[in-house]
Ligand binder design. Structure first.
Ligand SMILES: [Zn+2]
Ligand SMILES: [Zn+2]
Length: 111
């Protein structure tokens, strides 16, 4: 007996995304998808009408209130790349802080 467990999980995530995003976000989301197309700007994955709920809109300057109608602040990212985009930024800061203290330590030792 085969159960597509992964597919089911994704489908459930998508359903949740739909429910939470439908009310508030849909306006600029639709516009961004129209302007930039159903393609992830990062990994280049293409989406069709059915799978387009996996495509999200990222605000380049991080400000969700900044929604110019020409789409210059929007980037279409799949949910995976979008997640990556945000966690990488946080992680980058974290690592930078660590490196800075590590560097100081090394300079001290080198003298
Ligand atoms: Zn992607
Ligand atoms: Zn984002």
């Amino acid at each position: 007996m085969r159960k597509p467990a992964v597919d089911k999980t994704v489908a459930e995530i998508v359903r949740e995304l739909k429910e939470t995003s439908a009310a508030a976000v849909s306006d600029y989301r639709e516009q961004s998808l129209k302007i930039h197309g159903l393609i992830c700007a990062k990994c280049g994955r293409e989406f069709d009408f059915k799978s387009r709920s996996l495509l999200t809109v990222h605000h380049k300057d991080g400000n969700r209130g900044n929604n110019p109608p020409d789409g210059s602040n929007w980037e279409n990212l799949c949910i995976y790349c979008h997640d990556d985009e945000h966690s990488r930024g946080l992680l980058g800061d974290y690592i930078k802080g660590k490196d800075a203290s590590g560097e100081m330590h090394w300079k001290k030792r080198a003298k």
